[in-house]
Design a protein around this ligand. Structure first.
Ligand SMILES: *Cc1c(COP(=O)(O)O)cnc(C)c1O
Length: 383
């Protein structure tokens, strides 16, 4: 058994990253400034999108996007239930109704046909989730949305570095990335809004900082322009330069991080192929460069004779951390009790919600760590 706990995720932070953050702290300008502006520019260049706006989180990005799109009472927001709770909470907080689309059982992603099945005249926005670092088949979804005049915001929290049909997720359309510490690159907390809709980008830029016509940082003034006026009421979701400098440094190493993740994922795949009780996710049937944000397995609970929760506990007892991405949102207390959701609504989502488990995966893991996880799994399933 491992003597040291293997976490399910860990950020990759070097001494040089720490020195770069310290330099910002010593510089006299620590909130939104040149580093944030540089980070937006470099990220947009990397993705190949015309513009990017940096914010304090992906959730903040979704919040301002909902505001910019005017999402409110009477509107329906389509998204999977197997997602992070933030999107669904925001829909409810805006007074809109979340409508859940079931996902493919083996890719955990929504398709145009499953989305079409839950669309109504009230549908205002579709939010597909690029799951685990793979990519949703966006072309048919964009076609469907265009036909019905519905907005699309891609949840790209798992997809920094993912390519769909040769292009970066985020290159076209509107996407939101997350830089939470477990994501493929981090700024501590942070998010990036990318869009090819110049008018929407302008609104997001304004809404993330009090609705002022200018950013938090005026380059000529070397500070905030004192005569800035409120053009519409906005939020305060601007990223600090302390975080942005970390983002710049992480972005420069993202390809390297993702290459390591990919190697580890392939190693897992080879070693886990011998274990009948684990059901892998399947690859997309269209060209995707996977960013391997997560390595997810599904426990065949019948074959294993144990629940997924017990399986995770057994791994923890062997000093191995795991994650759960995600417990279906519609089965959580508030949504069951207050929103009239029930088990049985979304068969593929529920089947997965009861069986999924994310194994440890982060760039600084070793092949030996993967072997330790696989050995522990074999031991647990043999019992
Ligand atoms: C992490 C995550 C988010 C939220 O990102 P934050 O930056 O923490 O707000 C949204 N959606 C998905 C699918 C995520 O995994």
């Amino acid at each position: 058994m491992r003597s040291k706990f293997l976490p399910f995720s860990a950020p990759t932070i070097t001494e040089d990253d720490i020195a770069a953050v310290a330099e910002v702290l010593r510089s006299g300008w620590i909130t939104t400034g040149q580093k944030s502006a540089d980070f937006e520019k470099k990220f947009a260049e990397y993705i190949g999108c015309p513009a990017a706006v940096v914010l304090t989180s992906a959730t903040a990005g979704m919040h301002v996007a909902f505001n910019a799109l005017g999402i409110g009472p009477g509107d329906e927001v389509i998204t999977p239930s197997i997602t992070w709770v933030s999107t669904v909470n925001l829909a409810v907080l805006a007074g809109a109704r979340p409508v859940f689309v079931d996902v493919d059982r083996d890719t955990l992603m929504a398709s145009a046909s499953s989305i079409a099945a839950v669309m109504t005249p009230k549908t205002k926005v579709i939010i597909p989730v690029h799951f685990a670092g793979s990519a949703v088949d966006m072309d048919p979804i964009m076609e469907l949305a265009k036909k019905h005049g519905v907005a699309v915001i891609e949840d790209a929290a798992h997809a920094a570095g993912t390519r769909y049909k040769g292009n970066h997720v985020g290159k076209t359309g509107t996407s939101i990335f997350s830089f939470h510490p477990i994501k493929n690159m981090t700024t501590g907390e942070g998010g990036m809004f990318c869009s090819d809709d110049a008018a929407l980008v302008e609104r997001i830029r304004r809404l993330k900082f009090h609705g002022l016509g200018v950013d938090a940082f005026d380059r000529q003034m070397q500070g905030r322009s004192p005569q800035a006026e409120v053009l519409e009421p906005g939020y305060k979701y601007n990223m600090t330069d302390i975080s942005a400098v970390l983002g710049l440094r992480q972005l420069a190493r993202l390809e390297e991080f993702n290459a390591k993740r990919t190697d580890l994922a392939m190693l897992y795949r080879r070693r886990l192929a011998e274990i009948d009780e684990l059901i892998p996710l399947t690859d997309a049937k269209y060209p995707v460069r996977h960013a391997w944000h997560l390595f997810i397995v599904r426990l065949d609970t019948d074959k294993a004779g144990m629940s997924r929760d017990d399986f995770m506990m057994e791994l923890k007892a062997r000093n191995i951390g795991t994650g759960l991405h995600f417990r279906a949102v519609h089965l959580q207390k508030y949504y069951l009790e207050k929103m009239g959701m029930r088990r049985g609504m979304l068969p593929n989502t529920e089947w997965n919600s009861d069986r999924i488990c994310s194994l440890p995966l982060f760039p600084n893991m070793t092949g030996q760590d993967v072997d330790d996880v696989v050995d522990a799994i074999k031991e647990i399933l043999k019992k």
